[in-house]
Write a protein that binds this ligand. Structure first.
Ligand code: ZN
Ligand code: FE
Length: 242
């Protein structure tokens, strides 16, 4: 494991990540919703941000791009199918392209569903995935621009990663997802256990992210949907769940 990852909580429930390669000194920011706390988190460690990786165009994922570029000269990589909506983009990428943070190589995975050009970044040698708003703990992103079939395919691609992969998603939506998940699978013992540990962490205001692909395989009702139709029904039910 050569990437050092720092979680920066911003806005009401967003997570921005710094990924630092000690050997080269490179530091990437994944989905900077805002600039100031991210620049401060890097400066506090003596790191200089050299690049930005965006997963999709939503403002809470790209809002800090311009100010970080202005402050550091960082280069911006983002989804090619949303390039017109990614501020300061230098390198548009799509499925099967690669990115690098110093000596760590990331594979770009096309996961269009939440948005029409959404990408994820998987640093497989480091065992790390940045899925943006595609995969959450016990949840998945809303289908703003894609179909249930798109999300079924996208989650399938992410679930091809090893169980031990650490997932650094972009929101702390875990408790709401957990409440919904138990209505779908009330008899899933792994889910019940996870809901308990998540509640304990949130009661202490601790993050429930990262988590692992293996945990999702055992407990996430969207990952566990056996068809796109079933996934779509669950997504629709979650959209109106309170
Ligand atoms: Zn989003
Ligand atoms: Fe978001």
């Amino acid at each position: 494991m050569s990437l050092e990852i720092v979680q920066v909580p911003v806005l009401s429930d967003n997570y921005v990540y710094l990924a630092h390669d000690g050997a080269s000194g490179e530091t990437a920011v994944i989905d900077p919703a805002v600039a100031e706390p991210v620049l401060e988190a890097a400066a506090a460690r003596g790191w200089t941000i050299t690049q930005i990786l965006n997963t999709h165009w939503h403002p809470d994922h790209v809002g800090g791009n311009a100010a970080i570029v202005a402050a550091t000269g960082a280069k911006v990589t983002g989804p090619k199918d949303e390039a017109a909506r990614i501020p300061c983009i230098d390198r548009p990428v799509g499925d099967a392209d690669t990115v690098s943070i110093g000596g760590s190589t990331g594979r770009v995975i096309g996961v269009a569903a939440h948005t029409a050009g959404h990408v994820a970044y998987a640093f497989e040698a480091d065992g790390v995935l940045f899925p943006g708003d595609t995969l959450f703990a016990m949840g998945c992103g809303r289908l703003f621009e894609g179909t249930p079939a798109d999300m079924f395919d996208a989650l399938g691609k992410l679930m091809a990663l090893p169980d031990a992969t650490q997932v650094y998603c972009a929101h702390e939506y875990t408790q709401s997802n957990a409440r919904f998940a138990v209505t779908v699978e009330p008899n899933n013992a792994a889910l019940a256990a996870r809901v308990g540990s998540v509640s304990a962490r949130r009661a202490q205001s601790l993050p429930t992210v990262p988590f692992t692909i293996g945990e999702e395989r055992a407990t996430n009702p969207f990952v566990r949907a056996t068809s796109a139709v079933e996934l779509g029904a669950r997504r629709a039910a979650k959209d109106s769940f309170r």
